[in-house]
Ligand binder design. Structure first.
Ligand code: IDP
Ligand code: MG
Length: 147
């Protein structure tokens, strides 16, 4: 996604999706429990389904990658839980909580180690920067839905 920087960019929020595989397998409650137990406050949340155009836009940075088509298929095949999370140092701390992209490389106890099936179907999304956290949160939530 397009990058931008403003001097007042906040550093205490990140954006997550519990991906279609997590919803299909009934892992919503268990994953949300891990997230809140780690000290994140949920400031926006909904069950929603991305259209093909949504997924292509959301993952535009990966459009030249060989797995792009597979990624768009996966992310649109059923509902997701989208949420904005608040905690000091949110982006980095949440990436630590979810673990490496490939669950085989994810640390013990991380969400992906516990719930991801493969590098493609890896249970959860976590923003990779404060800039993208803001872009991605605003992609899914109107201002009045962010508390
Ligand atoms: P991230 O989600 O850990 O930030 P990215 O490299 O940004 O990982 O990739 C975005 C998503 O694309 C991953 O979460 C995963 O669902 C999918 N993906 C990444 N690499 C591969 C791959 O090699 N094969 C299939 N899918 C992949
Ligand atoms: Mg990423």
């Amino acid at each position: 996604m397009h990058k931008f920087f403003t001097p007042d960019m906040r550093t205490d929020r990140t954006f997550t999706m519990l991906k279609p595989d997590s919803v299909e397998k009934g892992h919503i409650g268990a994953i949300l429990e891990k997230i809140t137990a780690a000290g994140f406050r949920i400031v926006a949340m909904k069950l929603t389904q991305m259209t093909t155009d949504d997924a292509k836009a959301f993952y535009a940075i990966h459009k030249e990658r060989p797995f792009f088509g597979e990624l768009v298929e996966y992310m649109t095949r059923g509902p997701i839980v989208a949420a904005i999370l608040e905690k000091e140092n949110a982006v980095a701390d949440f990436r630590t909580l979810i673990g490496a992209t490939n669950p085989e490389e994810a640390a013990e106890g991380t969400i992906r180690k516990l719930y991801a099936a493969s590098i493609g179907e890896n249970a959860v999304h976590g923003s990779d920067s404060d800039e993208n956290a803001a872009i991605e949160g605003n992609f899914h939530f109107a201002g009045r839905e962010q508390f």
